[in-house]
Design a protein around this ligand. Structure first.
Ligand SMILES: [Zn+2]
Ligand SMILES: [Zn+2]
Length: 154
Protein backbone atom coordinates (compact mmCIF):
# COMPACT_ATOMS: atom_id res chain seq x y z
CA UNK A 1 0.00 0.00 0.00
CA UNK A 2 1.29 3.45 -0.75
CA UNK A 3 0.53 6.58 1.21
CA UNK A 4 -2.75 7.31 -0.51
CA UNK A 5 -3.92 3.82 0.40
CA UNK A 6 -4.30 2.49 -3.11
CA UNK A 7 -2.87 -0.87 -3.97
CA UNK A 8 0.05 -0.71 -6.35
CA UNK A 9 0.15 -3.30 -9.06
CA UNK A 10 2.80 -5.97 -8.69
CA UNK A 11 4.55 -4.61 -11.81
CA UNK A 12 4.98 -1.15 -10.29
CA UNK A 13 6.13 -2.62 -7.01
CA UNK A 14 8.73 -4.77 -8.68
CA UNK A 15 9.95 -1.85 -10.81
CA UNK A 16 10.19 0.53 -7.86
CA UNK A 17 12.15 -2.04 -5.92
CA UNK A 18 14.55 -2.63 -8.80
CA UNK A 19 15.10 1.07 -9.33
CA UNK A 20 15.76 1.63 -5.65
CA UNK A 21 18.28 -1.16 -5.49
CA UNK A 22 19.98 0.33 -8.57
CA UNK A 23 20.47 3.46 -6.48
CA UNK A 24 17.81 5.57 -8.16
CA UNK A 25 16.23 8.16 -5.93
CA UNK A 26 12.48 7.84 -6.38
CA UNK A 27 10.87 11.20 -5.85
CA UNK A 28 7.07 11.31 -5.99
CA UNK A 29 6.96 12.70 -9.56
CA UNK A 30 9.40 10.03 -10.80
CA UNK A 31 7.34 7.40 -9.07
CA UNK A 32 4.20 8.64 -10.82
CA UNK A 33 5.93 8.30 -14.20
CA UNK A 34 7.07 4.77 -13.32
CA UNK A 35 3.62 3.68 -12.17
CA UNK A 36 1.88 4.98 -15.28
CA UNK A 37 4.13 3.19 -17.71
CA UNK A 38 4.38 -0.01 -15.64
CA UNK A 39 0.61 -0.37 -15.84
CA UNK A 40 0.01 0.68 -19.42
CA UNK A 41 -1.08 -1.73 -22.15
CA UNK A 42 -0.76 1.13 -24.60
CA UNK A 43 2.27 2.70 -26.18
CA UNK A 44 3.28 5.89 -24.47
CA UNK A 45 5.35 8.64 -25.97
CA UNK A 46 7.11 11.06 -23.62
CA UNK A 47 4.56 13.81 -24.19
CA UNK A 48 1.56 11.60 -23.37
CA UNK A 49 3.33 10.27 -20.32
CA UNK A 50 4.08 13.82 -19.27
CA UNK A 51 0.46 14.92 -19.68
CA UNK A 52 -0.78 11.99 -17.60
CA UNK A 53 1.73 12.27 -14.82
CA UNK A 54 1.14 16.01 -14.65
CA UNK A 55 -2.45 15.41 -13.62
CA UNK A 56 -0.97 14.03 -10.40
CA UNK A 57 2.03 16.34 -10.19
CA UNK A 58 1.29 19.62 -11.97
CA UNK A 59 4.84 20.86 -11.40
CA UNK A 60 6.45 17.87 -13.07
CA UNK A 61 8.97 18.78 -15.76
CA UNK A 62 9.27 17.10 -19.15
CA UNK A 63 12.97 16.55 -18.41
CA UNK A 64 12.01 14.32 -15.46
CA UNK A 65 9.95 12.19 -17.84
CA UNK A 66 12.88 11.80 -20.24
CA UNK A 67 15.34 10.99 -17.45
CA UNK A 68 13.00 8.45 -15.87
CA UNK A 69 12.46 6.77 -19.24
CA UNK A 70 16.21 6.67 -19.77
CA UNK A 71 16.70 4.99 -16.42
CA UNK A 72 13.90 2.49 -17.06
CA UNK A 73 15.41 1.65 -20.43
CA UNK A 74 18.83 1.21 -18.85
CA UNK A 75 17.32 -1.26 -16.37
CA UNK A 76 15.59 -3.14 -19.19
CA UNK A 77 12.16 -2.37 -17.76
CA UNK A 78 10.80 -0.57 -20.81
CA UNK A 79 11.44 -1.10 -24.44
CA UNK A 80 11.47 1.42 -27.20
CA UNK A 81 9.05 0.90 -30.04
CA UNK A 82 9.77 2.23 -33.49
CA UNK A 83 6.99 3.99 -35.25
CA UNK A 84 6.71 4.50 -39.00
CA UNK A 85 6.35 8.25 -38.41
CA UNK A 86 9.63 8.28 -36.51
CA UNK A 87 8.29 9.23 -33.10
CA UNK A 88 9.64 7.43 -30.08
CA UNK A 89 7.32 5.49 -27.84
CA UNK A 90 7.73 3.09 -24.95
CA UNK A 91 6.05 0.05 -23.49
CA UNK A 92 6.78 -2.18 -20.50
CA UNK A 93 9.35 -4.78 -21.50
CA UNK A 94 8.55 -8.46 -21.27
CA UNK A 95 10.86 -11.27 -20.34
CA UNK A 96 12.27 -13.24 -23.17
CA UNK A 97 11.92 -12.93 -26.89
CA UNK A 98 8.53 -11.70 -28.09
CA UNK A 99 7.07 -10.02 -31.14
CA UNK A 100 4.92 -6.94 -30.91
CA UNK A 101 1.50 -6.24 -32.34
CA UNK A 102 0.65 -2.56 -32.27
CA UNK A 103 -2.76 -1.03 -32.90
CA UNK A 104 -2.40 1.98 -35.16
CA UNK A 105 -5.54 3.57 -33.87
CA UNK A 106 -5.45 3.19 -30.08
CA UNK A 107 -1.76 2.23 -29.56
CA UNK A 108 -2.59 -0.95 -27.65
CA UNK A 109 0.33 -3.35 -27.60
CA UNK A 110 0.12 -7.11 -27.48
CA UNK A 111 2.87 -9.64 -27.70
CA UNK A 112 3.02 -12.89 -29.54
CA UNK A 113 5.62 -15.59 -29.57
CA UNK A 114 5.74 -18.00 -32.43
CA UNK A 115 9.26 -18.54 -33.59
CA UNK A 116 8.57 -21.85 -35.15
CA UNK A 117 9.40 -23.59 -38.35
CA UNK A 118 8.00 -20.83 -40.51
CA UNK A 119 10.13 -18.15 -38.89
CA UNK A 120 13.15 -20.40 -39.26
CA UNK A 121 12.35 -20.94 -42.92
CA UNK A 122 11.97 -17.19 -43.48
CA UNK A 123 15.31 -16.44 -41.82
CA UNK A 124 16.93 -19.16 -43.84
CA UNK A 125 15.65 -17.82 -47.14
CA UNK A 126 16.59 -14.23 -46.26
CA UNK A 127 20.01 -15.44 -45.28
CA UNK A 128 20.47 -17.31 -48.53
CA UNK A 129 19.25 -14.41 -50.64
CA UNK A 130 21.36 -11.78 -48.88
CA UNK A 131 24.42 -13.72 -47.85
CA UNK A 132 23.96 -12.46 -44.27
CA UNK A 133 24.44 -14.73 -41.34
CA UNK A 134 21.32 -13.75 -39.40
CA UNK A 135 21.74 -13.70 -35.65
CA UNK A 136 18.59 -12.11 -34.33
CA UNK A 137 15.39 -10.45 -35.33
CA UNK A 138 12.93 -8.01 -33.90
CA UNK A 139 9.42 -7.98 -35.22
CA UNK A 140 6.73 -5.31 -34.91
CA UNK A 141 3.43 -5.69 -36.69
CA UNK A 142 1.00 -2.81 -37.09
CA UNK A 143 -2.73 -3.06 -37.54
CA UNK A 144 -6.10 -2.60 -35.86
CA UNK A 145 -6.93 -4.35 -32.59
CA UNK A 146 -10.22 -6.23 -32.18
CA UNK A 147 -11.83 -3.35 -30.23
CA UNK A 148 -10.93 -0.79 -32.87
CA UNK A 149 -12.23 -3.05 -35.66
CA UNK A 150 -15.51 -3.45 -33.80
CA UNK A 151 -15.91 0.30 -33.28
CA UNK A 152 -15.06 0.98 -36.94
CA UNK A 153 -17.90 -1.31 -38.03
CA UNK A 154 -20.55 0.57 -36.11
ZN1 LIG B 1 -7.00 -0.43 -31.10
ZN1 LIG C 1 11.07 -14.03 -32.97
Amino acid sequence: MNRSGTQLSSASQRWLKELRSAGYRLTAPRQAVVEIIANSEFLLDPQTLYDRARRRYPRLGLVTVYRTLEKLEEQGLVQRVHHPDGCQAFIAAVNGHQHLLICQRCNRVQYFSGDGERMGALMESVSQASGYQIQEHWLQLFGLCADCQASAEQ
